[in-house]
Design a protein around this ligand. Structure first.
Ligand code: UGA
Ligand code: MN
Length: 255
């Protein structure tokens, strides 16, 4: 028999990334791929906010150098408004794919899911931390909520509250980048999804998490939530004031 690779025991990390077309898209995806490529057993689920797969993302995925699943679903136009939650449909498409794929496979299928927005910054250490998620794990997020960081407050190894500067009344006062969920929990709660109905800004995380877990049950990572391993960076909108109206160059370049 072939020698058993030690990697074979590692749970797969599924990263669901919603993404949409804009001048910085390819740069963002390149930055993410450069991180994710260095992580063992990471499966990237890229979900385009579009009516069809774009050529840009399709080409990108083909050359990304890591296992990728490329999905697409458009956000209905009525939901493309400031103040409304983003990427609801895309994250749900990623969840549906994950459930479908594992429905027919025999257990155990060790896996961990997390939501990786395309503009954040992820340290490699974060993946080591989330890999051991039993049900739902949490950790601090840098540069979010109007503070240098937000974090779950931990006492005796349990989450007992939230250090945050924004909407402290949220049941789970945590950014999308601040938690991971085991595949088993995703599969055993087949109806847990992101909802458009009644969802308020900043409540998507709480609305989702309360369907699958409780605060008492959360597993603190990153040294009892005392280390920032992910940053809610946001890319500045590019100034294209000098972009010509019509194509003037002698070549066509994908940016
Ligand atoms: C914050 C949170 O960090 C997000 O997880 C949350 O989805 C978002 O607020 C929200 O308001 O719903 P923020 O940096 O403001 O994040 O949001 P973006 O990074 O602009 O969007 C989150 C993700 O959705 C990104 O991966 C982005 O590419 C994607 N997106 C955004 C779309 O797929 N379509 C859009 O029209 C906008
Ligand atoms: Mn963002």
């Amino acid at each position: 028999p072939p020698p058993r690779r030690p990697e074979a025991a590692l749970p797969t990390i599924y990263a669901i990334t919603p993404t949409y077309s804009r001048p910085v898209q390819k740069a963002e995806l390149t930055r993410l791929a450069n991180t994710f490529r260095q992580v063992s057993r990471l499966h990237w689920i890229l979900v385009e906010d579009a009516a069809a797969r774009s050529e840009l993302v399709s080409r990108f995925v083909a050359g990304a150098g890591l296992p990728c699943t490329h999905l697409h679903v458009p956000t209905p136009r009525r939901y493309k408004r400031p103040g409304l939650p983003r990427a609801t449909e895309q994250r749900n498409a990623g969840l549906a794919w994950l459930r479908q794929r594992h429905q027919h496979l025999p257990p155990p299928q060790p896996g961990v899911l997390f939501f990786a927005d395309d503009d954040n910054t992820y340290s490699l250490e974060l993946f080591q931390e989330m890999r051991t998620t039993r049900k739902v794990s949490v950790w601090p997020v840098g540069l979010v909520g109007g503070r240098r960081y937000e974090r779950p407050v931990v006492e005796n190894g349990k989450v007992v509250g939230w250090y945050t500067g924004w909407r402290a009344d949220r049941p789970f006062a945590i950014d999308m980048a601040g938690f991971a969920v085991s595949l088993q929990v995703i599969l055993s709660h087949p109806k847990a999804v992101f909802k458009r109905r009644g969802s308020q800004p900043g409540m998507q995380e709480s609305d989702f998490l309360k369907q699958i877990t409780t605060v008492e049950e959360l597993e603190p990572k990153a040294n009892n939530c005392t280390k920032v391993l992910v940053w809610h960076t946001r890319t500045e909108k590019v100034n294209l004031a000098n972009e010509p109206k019509y194509h003037l160059d002698t070549v066509n370049i994908e940016v």
